[in-house]
Design a protein around this ligand. Structure first.
Ligand code: NDP
Length: 311
């Protein structure tokens, strides 16, 4: 069995997979460069179209991340090869840390204290209890469900939203269009952990933002395409005064790196991080990739991507 790896730091992944699959030949796309190397399995993150097009005997593609949007939009993607993606694989606890930071940043007024600091203002605001700070998590997948439950365990009332009905301990679960509107009217911080698909693009827009309570905040580590940036900036209002939306912590953008002239960079109530919320930890992920490839190769049960649904 030959596995071809394409990702930044491919040599680390190659070594980790070779260790776990001693009977497989694991090579990087750089090693294969120049000589047509047909593989049985690809383990890839954002591969070039030519790499996908050059493969003629593939039995499966493993996406080395949780979001499959870039792979599904790749013009070289073969139509009839099963695609699997990482599910949690150590990313969920990292994402929970990122979201916890964002939630506490707004709930404990750190955003306002840091704004006060620029004017040397010493003013302590009354504490709002976690129990009075309802949160909404859009997307209850491998990562979203973990985040929702971690926040519930911290003592926040948590509402979650998914496409299909769900039951999660400690989380009030909603689904469908009516479920979304109900959730938006309830929460003080909205966390978007949806994939980028035809039905989620622009889901945070003028209509949905208007349904949120005055002073609500947004944390988006999901995908940039979930947010209508114009509507977000309008809801945030001008820099000098809090608008309907109090602030936003953003990790994912429609265009990455975020262009230097994007107005989000300079908005005083927007905090920007460079898509670092939950990098894929190689050790945990390599265990999962090896298990997925073994299961695919043995004809075992594997949850594959539904290209129609887009995730
Ligand atoms: P999953 O694919 O496991 O879950 C996706 C969730 O979104 C599911 O609960 C699904 O519903 C829900 N969903 C999809 N479409 C809709 C819709 N139209 N309406 C309502 N709910 C919908 O994803 P993960 O939890 O693993 O990851 C979530 C996203 O986080 C990834 O797609 C990626 O974009 C992002 N991410 C970002 C990282 C970063 O560093 N910034 C790192 C890792 C991931 P259902 O359960 O009913 O299918």
């Amino acid at each position: 069995m030959r596995i071809l790896v394409h990702i930044d730091d491919a040599a680390t992944w190659r070594d980790a997979l070779a260790q776990r699959l001693p009977h497989a030949e694991v090579i990087t796309s750089e090693q294969a460069d120049g000589q047509p190397q047909q593989a049985d399995y690809l383990a890839v993150w954002k591969p070039p179209a030519e790499l996908l097009e050059s493969q003629t005997r593939l039995k499966g593609i493993v996406n080395l991340g949780a979001g499959v949007d870039a792979l599904l939009n790749n013009p070289g993607l073969p139509r009839d090869v099963p695609i699997v993606k990482l599910r949690d694989a150590g990313m969920a606890p990292l994402m929970s840390d990122y979201v916890r930071f964002g939630v506490v940043y707004f709930q404990r007024d750190f955003d306002r204290y840091f704004a006060q600091q620029t004017h040397a203002v010493w003013h302590e605001s009354p504490l709002v209890d976690k129990a009075d700070w309802p949160l909404g998590v859009l997307g209850l997948g491998a990562i979203g469900a973990h985040v929702a439950q971690a926040l519930a365990e911290d003592g926040f009332p948590v509402h979650g939203w998914s496409r299909s009905p769900k039951a999660l301990d400690g989380v009030t679960c909603h689904h469908g269009d009516a479920g979304l509107d109900e959730l938006l009217g309830t929460v003080r911080t909205l966390i978007t952990l949806l994939p980028d698909t035809a039905s989620t693009r622009g889901i945070v827009n003028a209509r949905t933002l208007a349904l949120m309570a005055d002073g609500a905040s947004l944390i988006n580590p999901g995908r940039g395409t979930l947010i209508d940036e114009g509507a977000l900036l309008a809801a945030l209002g001008p820099g000098d005064k809090e608008g309907r939306l109090r602030g936003a912590l953003l990790d994912a953008f429609s265009e990455e790196p975020l262009p230097r002239d994007n107005p989000l960079w300079s908005h005083p109530r927007v905090r920007i991080t460079p898509h670092m919320a939950a990098p894929t930890p190689v050790r945990d992920a390599a265990d999962q990739v090896a298990a997925l490839i073994t299961a695919l190769d043995n004809g075992g049960e594997v949850e594959t991507i539904d290209p129609g649904a887009g995730y």
